[in-house]
Design a protein around this ligand. Sequence first.
Ligand SMILES: Cc1cc2nc3c(=O)[nH]c(=O)nc-3n(C[C@H](O)[C@H](O)[C@H](O)COP(=O)(O)OP(=O)(O)OC[C@H]3O[C@@H](n4cnc5c(N)ncnc54)[C@H](O)[C@@H]3O)c2cc1C
Length: 383
Amino acid sequence: METFDAIVVGLGAHGSAAAAALARRGQRVLGLERFARGEGRGSSGGWTRMIRIAHFEHPWLVPMAQAAWDGWRALEVETDQPILTETGGLYAGPADSAIVTGATAGVASFGLEHELLGAAEIHRRWPIFEPADDVVGVLERQAGALRADRANAGHLAVAERAGARLRFGAQLVDWRTARGGGFEVETADGAVAGAEHLVLTAGPWITELVPDLRFPIAIEREVPMWFRPTVDPAVVGADRIPIWVLRDGDTMYYGIPHDPELGLKLSIHHWGTFGDPDGIDRAVDEADVARVRAWTSRRMPAANGPLVHAEVCLYANTPDETFIIDRHPAAAGVAFASACSGHGFKFAPVIGEILADLVLDGVSPSWPMERFAAGRFGATTGR
Ligand SMILES: Cc1cc2nc3c(=O)[nH]c(=O)nc-3n(C[C@H](O)[C@H](O)[C@H](O)COP(=O)(O)OP(=O)(O)OC[C@H]3O[C@@H](n4cnc5c(N)ncnc54)[C@H](O)[C@@H]3O)c2cc1C
């Protein structure tokens, strides 16, 4: 049996960041990923993600988002490729909506550079938006778009460069405490490997790896889409419009500026269909596209051009719309993260470091770990 210092199971955004963090600290790392390299059937697929600092969902996440921003900049240097494009971020809706009050609390509490804009001013600055009259927006300066594909590949490259072994098409089917200490993992092909530390970052499949902890995670089908604009693409590029999240009625819409390679990203935050990660319908149909077009035709007609691409991606939601990042209550050398709820990607450089801290030192002193505790839903028991 081959042995390592640490084994990371699941190489999406957080597992690849954890593999890089551990390998940078001199750990001999094995990374196991069920699907092919870059296949992205969990939560990290697709080309791009937003990075927002004001964080209207949970303003207390602002310092973590700021640290993550620096982490992405550092990864760009480490991998010599662009990952983060600064665009500014617009968070808009009726004045009393949670998106506006949350973003306002975030910018005020942390002194973030921002402006408050009414509907007419939003349209004047960026004619692509045609918001309802009662819409107001918080525009923060520091926000942008991440190339998710390069971000994941970058963390994996850093890990490999530091000696990590990565296996793709390697599905973990069991992990257990080893007789002489540490842990053993077994993959579907029957291979067994050992390590002192184990990091479980299986995204929507995390409950399969720790069924005893009974995490109340709901897996939701999402359909990000990319369109060609009906106007000159140059006027809706990353140097012209911000990333944006807009509440209209009960629904939150979001988008990322036009990229000549990819198109203009646009979708709905929380599509509302739930299921088992292996059972969720992966096909995108006419009704999915029509649902987005019904809104863009009213509120962003200039974005309603030909569809470039659409795919299914999964949210893993906790009841409080945040993350679970913790050590296993009955196995101190095991740490896990379910960090999605539709907004976890941006934090990957920080969460990778937290997971390395948890398995190597037992604590991650820089962050409010009680907010991420596995036991906060009252269901953890341990094996
Ligand atoms: C449509 C969409 C838009 C989003 N937009 C944003 C955004 O703008 N900004 C933002 O910050 N966040 C966003 N998010 C959330 C963000 O993408 C997630 O928080 C993040 O990708 C979670 O990464 P992960 O590594 O935890 O999970 P995953 O990416 O799902 O990785 C888990 C990996 O584990 C593997 N795995 C599972 N079981 C096993 C096993 N038994 N053995 C081996 N491997 C296994 C899976 O194949 C998978 O690759 C969005 C998510 C979606 C779906």
